[in-house]
Design a protein around this ligand. Structure first.
Ligand code: PLP
Length: 391
């Protein structure tokens, strides 16, 4: 009766529940249609409007929207002057983009180990990795929980290091009562469909620094400025930029999505509470610790298996959950495990805590539009599978 689906039993759900997905309603659709019927599909006024909304939400003076979060990170690394021979420090438990953006500039990513309980980059580990070549620190607000930003800023302040917060997961999160987006020199957001708010593809940098803002604006559009020097038509390319523009169509969706941030956050919180309550009662699980300084809007919900409690490893438990149609995932493979990073000379063993956390990590389906029944299925699925494999 309760035979696991992986062993030929009936799956707990008929249809796969994904780990994350967008939440789109009729208002979002109308907003996009309006943009399609307007004079500008790109380089129009809706982009500025979206950026203004981001400033309001984050408290930052300036925002520059990009075609995606990775392009935004590339822009931030360019704007702070990162270049060949420089080093930048980031967490290994992140999406490759947090480190790739440094490689784009010819700089070398350096990985600092994480805190085993919060899974965020450990400030003491950052300090150990700082050298005379360190030009940037990119703390990642993993799952939406803010890294210890004051401590990171403190390390950077006296050393002429730029801090770029990778807040791809943490739109809406507050750090010591201050909104993410106005805490560091620059903050990067992503609006990929799985993230807290979406533009399809999209990203942004927020900053209080007007010089950085101007550089980001030029970098987004080929390094070209409308100078008018030799006449009204006259524009000049003064540096090498890219076409990293976002469209008005995407920003129209973004504006509409941002009006719903509070309700998205409330639903995410409800689901998190339900998960925390039930998972903390289950044997064999280790929950992510809430750092006292972060008032978190979760993007992901992750959990660790206490591997010593089970007869099998993470892989079989993961596959058994998938067979029940619980769409678990793993975020993230340590960046330096990737073959490309290995080819650059990174060796396993750099960040032992990150590696141990990775070995036991599972991402649990978690998004605002999932129903209470979906959430209950997740909990029932874990209960069924974990009980089977407990020692
Ligand atoms: C999503 C994400 C990004 C940016 O991704 P894009 O898909 O380029 O928008 C950057 N860092 C982290 C940690 C992410 O999760």
């Amino acid at each position: 009766m309760n035979e696991l689906a992986i062993h030929g039993g009936k799956p707990l759900r008929e249809k796969m529940l994904p780990y994350a997905r967008q939440t789109i309603d009729e208002v979002d659709c109308l907003s996009v249609i309006n943009a399609l019927n307007s004079d500008f599909l790109t380089t129009g006024p809706v982009i500025r409007e979206f950026e203004n909304r981001l400033c309001e939400i984050t408290g930052a003076k300036f925002a520059v929207a990009f075609s995606n979060g990775t392009a935004a990170l590339h822009g931030a690394c360019y704007a702070c002057g990162l270049s060949a021979g420089d080093e930048g420090i980031t967490s290994p438990i992140t999406f490759a983009a947090s480190a790739n953006c440094m490689l784009y500039m010819g700089a070398r990513p350096v990985f600092a180990d994480i805190d085993e309980e919060t899974f965020n980059i450990d400030t003491n580990e950052i300090e150990k990795k700082i050298t005379a070549n360190t030009k940037v620190i990119i703390p990642v607000d993993y799952t939406g929980q803010a890294a210890d930003i004051d401590a990171v800023n403190e390390l950077a302040k006296t050393r002429d290091i730029t801090v770029i917060e990778d807040a791809a997961h943490s739109l809406g999160t507050k750090y010591k009562s201050r909104p993410v987006g106005s805490l560091t020199d620059m903050t990067e957001f992503s609006f990929h469909p799985v993230k807290t708010a979406t533009t399809g593809e999209g990203g942004a940098i927020t900053t209080d620094d007007e010089k950085l803002y101007q550089k980001l604006m030029r970098f987004r559009a080929h390094g070209i400025v409308q100078s008018g020097r030799e006449g009204p038509w006259f524009y000049e390319q003064t540096e090498l930029g890219y076409n990293y523009r976002i469209t008005d169509i995407q920003c129209a969706l973004g504006i509409s999505q941002l009006t719903k941030l509070d309700s998205f956050a409330a639903r995410r919180d409800e689901l998190k509470k339900k998960y925390n309550e039930t998972f903390s009662e289950m044997k064999g699980l280790i929950l992510q610790k809430n750092a006292p300084y972060s008032e978190t809007v979760n993007h992901l919900y992750v959990i660790r298996l206490d591997l010593a409690a089970f007869k099998t490893g993470r892989r079989e438990i993961f596959e058994a959950l998938r067979a029940e149609n619980i769409g678990v995932h793993v975020h993230y493979i340590p960046v330096y495990y990737h073959p490309y990073y290995q080819s650059l000379g990174y060796k396993k063993g750099i960040c032992p805590k990150a590696e141990a956390v990775y070995d036991s990590l599972i991402t649990v389906p978690f998004f605002p539009s999932m129903s209470d029944k979906d959430a209950q299925d997740v909990l029932d699925g874990f209960d069924k599978v974990l009980k089977h494999y407990l020692k």
